[in-house]
Design a protein around this ligand. Structure first.
Ligand code: C2E
Ligand code: MG
Ligand code: MG
Length: 636
């Protein structure tokens, strides 16, 4: 029997043992009601629990969904990031390689593999650096000992040292490698092929220290080399600095054009290279100016020998695109330590010596001398004065009559330029004409001479000609022909009364262009004379090159007449040759009656010299012409 029911029966049973059924049923009813209430309470809390569990589950599900979403987003982001890194690595222009603390490869990019010509399948994470280098040694992109290289590299990384270096590969490429140590003992290295950049940099560096036209060292490198060489001087050695300048180079540029001038400079540079030792330095420092540092000099004659060798090499004719050109060089020499042991001083002294060489005439070399400084100042002063002289009208033309021996009468006069210097008095044209050429004044001055000579001659008798000297620079200038035409036209002097005198130096410079101008002048009816004949060194060949009207035999031969030298024979031969070629011959510098008789006998047709008359001012000429020939002149 159920325990509760037994208790209820017990409660409904009285002492007599009889059961009060009424009481029992109410007891049972209230028990049922109690039970009902309990069940309902339980049911309620159950459903509450179930609701709560539902809510918890819903929350959990929500959280899981959110977390999953976040994870997916994170993964997508990581993937994108990886892709970006991958793209960055494979698109890097540099090769990249990362190594761990054991010097094993962690990662590298395609560029790295390509740069060292690795086979891609050979390269994988974990590969030791040593093996990477060995593979390079095998494929020819590394020369040296791979193990040692790897060892040295690790040692540097281990002390935490970032390194960067340029490495020349055996195939000629240059790679810039930068290595950055990492906290785990590994490192990351970038490799950049800088071959082109390096070449460009090297080219720029080369250009900064070399002359573009000749590829010779320029002034910057010259100074460096000189400073280096002077260190040897301190140790007891000697050196020479030679400063070379081409004479009248400007004429080549003016008459043949700059490209031809450039070509000449290149050829000169080439010849200079052939004159010096490997250890010497040649430098082009300006248009036609070169310095040579001669090392291992025992004494001054070593430098002198080099100067001679150079002068000779430069002097040999050049063929410039079919133009035959001859040019000479003037050279100044300074010795170290004798003339200075400092670069500036030596260069300055060589410059001064060059100035001296130029003053000596062309094609000369000179050693520096202590008093050159003073002379250089003098020369500079002369240049300044000369420029002013033209503006100040300090020039005058003198005329020297030329006597015809057949008729014993004056047939022409030579115009000779005179400069009345305000302080120095009369300066000889021998002194100032080369300076006027050097400073570019000769063209304007020469034009003035032509104009003035034509004007003066127009006043003389109709059968008397005027001879005008032309310098090489004038002939090279394009303005000569128009200037002559203008002078003739404005003075109304007939062209056959104008004679132009040129020297061999004119033809030496550039025969072709010069000959063309000469032919044009001669076609106008102007006569052309070869002046100072015999002072050059290939006179006869020049006679053949142009149909000269007259040869003027230099006065050095006239001076030598009768002294047992070959002068007589030379004058005789030249006069004979000229006659056969249809030219006349003037003996220059006839100072005595005896000389006059000799040259007459030797066949010269004309004489010019102090014996007959020195050069005189235009105003005195008329009188001389009238006196000495007994004829009246228009100017008289
Ligand atoms: P050159 O053309 O040979 O002129 C002859 C020179 O000889 C003149 O010197 C003249 O004075 C000199 N002379 C004449 N007879 C005698 C003589 O019997 N004995 C001596 N010892 N000398 C005599 P100068 O006038 O001093 O001229 C020298 C040179 O200067 C000229 O030589 C000529 O090459 C140049 N020159 C003169 N005037 C001009 C000019 O207008 N233009 C150019 N480009 N050069 C000129
Ligand atoms: Mg002359
Ligand atoms: Mg002469």
């Amino acid at each position: 029997m159920h325990r509760l029911f037994a208790q209820q029966i017990a409660k409904a049973t009285d002492e007599g043992g009889s059961v009060d059924l009424q009481k029992l049923s109410s007891l049972i009813v209230s028990a049922y009601e109690e039970f009902d209430r309990d069940r309902r309470r339980t049911d309620r809390s159950m459903s509450l629990m179930i609701e709560e569990l539902d809510a918890v589950q819903r929350n959990l599900e929500q959280t899981v969904i959110e977390r999953t979403k976040a994870l997916a987003a994170r993964e997508a982001e990581l993937q994108a990031q990886n892709l970006r890194i991958d793209a960055a690595l494979s698109n890097m222009s540099q090769g990249l390689a990362m190594y761990d603390g054991d010097a094993r490869l962690v990662i590298c990019n395609q560029r790295f593999i390509a740069m060292y010509r690795y086979i891609p399948t050979d390269i994988h994470p974990g590969l030791p650096l040593r093996d990477l280098i060995r593979l390079r040694a095998e494929n020819g992109t590394f020369s040296g000992n791979p193990d040692q290289y790897a060892e040295n590299l690790r040692a540097k990384i281990q002390i935490g040292q970032a390194t960067s270096q340029f490495v020349e590969l055996p195939d000629g490429r240059t790679v810039a490698i930068a290595r950055q140590p990492l906290p785990d003992g590994g490192w990351v290295a970038t490799h950049e092929d800088v071959t082109e950049r390096r070449q460009a940099e090297m080219k720029i560096a080369h250009m900064a220290r070399h002359d573009a036209l000749t590829d010779l060292p320029n002034r910057v490198l010259l100074r460096e080399r000189l400073s280096e060489a002077l260190v040897q001087v301190e140790r007891g050695n000697q050196l020479a600095v030679l400063y070379l300048d081409l004479d009248l180079f400007k004429n080549v540029n003016d008459s043949l054009g700059h490209p031809t001038g450039d070509e000449l400079l290149r050829l000169v540079a080439h010849r200079l290279r052939g004159c010096v030792k490997e250890t010497d330095t040649i430098s082009r420092v300006g248009g036609d100016e070169f310095f040579i540092i001669q090392t291992g000099v025992g004494n001054a004659s070593d430098a002198e020998r080099l100067a001679r060798r150079i002068a000779e090499a430069i002097r040999a004719p050049y063929d410039l695109h079919g133009h035959h050109v001859v040019i000479e060089a003037s050279i100044g020499i300074a010795l170290a330590p004798a003339d200075g042991n400092d670069a500036n001083e030596l260069l300055k002294n060589a410059d001064m010596a060059l100035y001296g060489a130029k003053a000596d005439g062309r094609g000369a070399y000179r050693f520096f001398e202590a008093d050159m400084d003073a002379r250089m100042k003098e020369r500079r002063a002369l240049e300044v004065a000369l420029r002013k002289a033209f503006e100040n009208g300090e020039f005058e033309l003198y005329y020297q009559p030329v006597l015809n021996l057949d008729r014993d009468e004056v047939r022409g006069c030579e115009a000779l330029l005179r400069w009345h210097h305000p302080e120095r008095g009369m300066v000889s044209p021998v002194e100032f004409i080369p300076v006027a050429e050097e400073i570019g004044l000769i063209v304007a001055l020469g034009e003035w001479v032509i104009r003035k000579a034509c004007q003066d001659a127009a006043q003389w008798p109709n059968d008397i000609c005027v001879a005008v000297n032309l310098s090489p620079t004038q002939l090279a200038s394009k303005g000569l022909l128009p200037a002559v035409l203008h002078a003739l036209a404005s003075s109304r002097l007939p062209p056959h009364r104008l004679e132009l005198e040129i020297t061999e130096a004119v033809l030496m410079q550039n025969s072709e262009a010069t000959l063309h101008t000469l032919h044009q002048l001669r076609a106008l009816g102007i006569r052309i004379s070869m002046d100072d004949f015999g002072t050059g060194y290939s006179s006869l060949s020049y006679l053949r090159s142009f149909p000269f009207d007259k040869i003027k035999i230099d006065r050095c031969f006239i001076k030598g007449l009768g002294d047992g030298s070959e002068s007589d024979a030379i004058v005789h031969a030249v006069a004979g040759l000229a006659e056969r070629l249809g030219m006349t011959t003037t003996a220059e510098g006839v100072e005595t009656k005896a000389q006059l008789d000799v040259v007459r006998n030797l066949g010269c047709t004309d004489v010019q010299g102090f014996y007959y008359s020195p050069p005189v001012p235009a105003g005195e000429l008329a009188e001389i012409l009238a006196d000495k020939t007994g004829r009246k002149t228009a100017a008289a």
